[in-house]
Design a protein around this ligand. Structure first.
Ligand code: NAD
Length: 479
């Protein structure tokens, strides 16, 4: 009998009164059920918001040092639970154990950054001759709704939750329905760390039911969401009705430009890492590769050789480089996009659905001869599939890169400083990389997209905390 994962509401572990659950399937072994999670009803969101509203009255008065101490305890427990959590992520999401451990490390790095940063988180102060001093005071918002995707279930959730808690907000968290196990494990860590009841609540279930209920509750003061652009737009319009602040981290179609003067081996390494890491299911994955014509042949030869060497299989096996995609829905979307690209006339250099039929495996797939009118050039696939185009000049490459509704991340490989500077000035993406793959990030830098890739203040950096506070301008005149 598999575990039944419960909701965590007001410090208690609860089954959904409706009695409905959903199965959490291992994508590497079709039909293997890892556990069952609560298919909660909107009423449980109401209960969680009740609890978070009551807890806010006390939590907002906690000294910042006490909030830091509790977040520090959570991070200590997270580090201790790293291996166990990595196994859960690997089993329910399909990324390799190494990738899952790296995800927990990234959550620890960012969490530690915010925990230290809050000590010096104060607004501007100015002197003025009409009042002796004026300054910005920061106040928590209240109850915050956090909705996360399945691709980085630990890292994305922590990147939102920890800054929200450090700034004095309380949380109702709705994880993605593909990854309830790691979510519930993290809820246990919040409980163990000693957060007061109601400060952190976790309700599992479908986006269309509990996700909708969360964004419709007028007591929610902000929504921090990561997921697809389509759902992000729905959230924005629902939040707009109540003037609720939103932070939306959305889809992407990230391009990497390789110039004739690039370090080709470095560029191929970066493509393999950002194109096929986590089976291409990171928001900042490289999914378009633009090659300057003279090096295209040499680059593709090296890339095809590297792709064929990628070992696919059970992500818990340390000899495996790439696990399955996250589930049947992802598998169908990706294989449909591959078929469409073939019909549209792109040439498959390597790839396709893998031979192992036991799980949702897809081989690293590379299409050449892609033109901007093909769906594979413009639509987010979110899988191990690369669209390759060739170009003659840098302005042409920049136009191709910016020819997208998305603007999340991008990269250029070149040894020429003028090329690099032109790229930085012209590129319409929230993250720009020179000689580094498109998925690279550090917590000190903003993490967010332009155009249809993001809305509201980015995560990480100073804005990661700023999103969760109200500002008050204080004017002070001594008597
Ligand atoms: P998704 O939009 O399908 O789901 C994201 C979350 O929203 C899930 O928890 C889901 O249950 C919930 N949801 C679905 N419908 C909802 C509704 N009507 N109301 C409220 N919540 C609802 O996305 P996904 O498939 O989980 O994740 C993949 C997508 O996420 C990709 O587009 C990827 O690019 C994007 N992503 C972006 C970033 C970023 O930082 N920009 C990071 C990771 C993933």
């Amino acid at each position: 009998m598999q575990d039944i994962l419960k909701n965590y509401i007001d410090g208690q572990w609860l089954l959904s009164p409706g009695g409905k659950t959903f199965a959490n399937e291992n994508p590497a072994r079709k039909g293997e059920i890892l556990n069952y999670a609560q298919a909660s009803e909107p009423e449980e969101i109401t209960l969680a918001v009740d609890a978070a509203s009551a807890a806010f009255l006390n939590w907002k008065t906690f000294p910042v040092e006490e909030r830091q101490r509790l977040v520090g305890e959570f991070l200590r427990l997270l580090a201790q639970a790293k291996d166990e959590l990595a196994v859960a992520v690997s089993k329910e999401n399909g990324k390799t154990l190494t990738e899952a451990r790296a995800e927990v490390d990234s959550a620890l790095l960012e969490g530690g950054y915010h925990q230290r940063q809050i000590s010096a988180f104060a607004g501007n102060a100015v002197r003025n001759d009409k009042c002796s001093l004026a300054w910005e005071d920061y106040h928590p918002l209240g109850v915050v709704g956090i909705i996360s995707p399945w691709n980085y279930p630990v890292n994305v959730m922590c990147r939102k939750t920890l800054p929200a808690l450090l700034t004095g907000n309380t949380i109702v968290f709705k994880p993605a329905s593909f990854t309830p196990w790691s979510a519930v494990m993290m809820a246990r860590l919040f409980e163990k760390a000693g957060f007061p009841a109601g400060v952190f609540n976790c309700v599992t279930g479908m986006g269309s039911s509990v996700g909708n209920a969360l964004i419709a509750d007028s007591r929610i003061k902000a929504i921090s969401f990561t997921g697809s652009t389509a759902v992000g737009k729905k959230i924005l319009s629902a939040a707009g009705a109540n003037l609720v602040r939103t932070q939306l981290e959305l889809g992407g179609k990230n391009a990497m430009i390789v110039m004739n003067d690039a370090d080709l081996d470095g560029a191929v390494d970066a493509t393999v890492k950002a194109g096929f890491g986590c089976a291409g299911q990171w928001c900042t994955s490289t999914s378009r590769v633009l090659l300057q014509r003279d090096i295209a042949g040499a680059y593709l030869e090296k890339l095809a050789e590297r792709c064929r060497a990628i070992r696919i299989g059970d992500p818990l096996d340390s000899a495996v480089d790439m696990g399955p995609v996250a589930g049947p829905g992802q598998f169908k979307t990706i294989t449909t996009a591959i078929e469409r690209a073939q019909r549209d006339g792109a040439q498959m250099l390597c790839g396709d659905a893998a031979a192992q039929s036991g799980g949702y495996f897809i081989k690293p797939t590379v299409f050449t001869g892609v033109t901007p009118d093909m769906a594979i050039f413009s639509e987010e696939i979110f899988g191990p599939v690369l669209a390759v185009c060739e170009f003659d000049t840098l302005p042409e490459a920049l136009d191709l890169t910016n020819n997208s509704v998305y603007g999340l991340s991008s990269a250029i490989f070149t040894r020429d400083l003028t090329n690099a500077q032109r790229y930085i000035d012209a590129i319409d993406t929230g993250m720009a990389h020179v000689n580094i793959h498109s998925g690279f990030k550090i917590p000190e830098m903003p993490f967010g997209g332009w155009k249809e890739s993001g809305f509201g203040l980015p995560e990480n950096s100073r804005s990661g905390l700023e999103f969760f506070v109200n500002r008050k301008a204080v004017y002070w005149k001594g008597i």
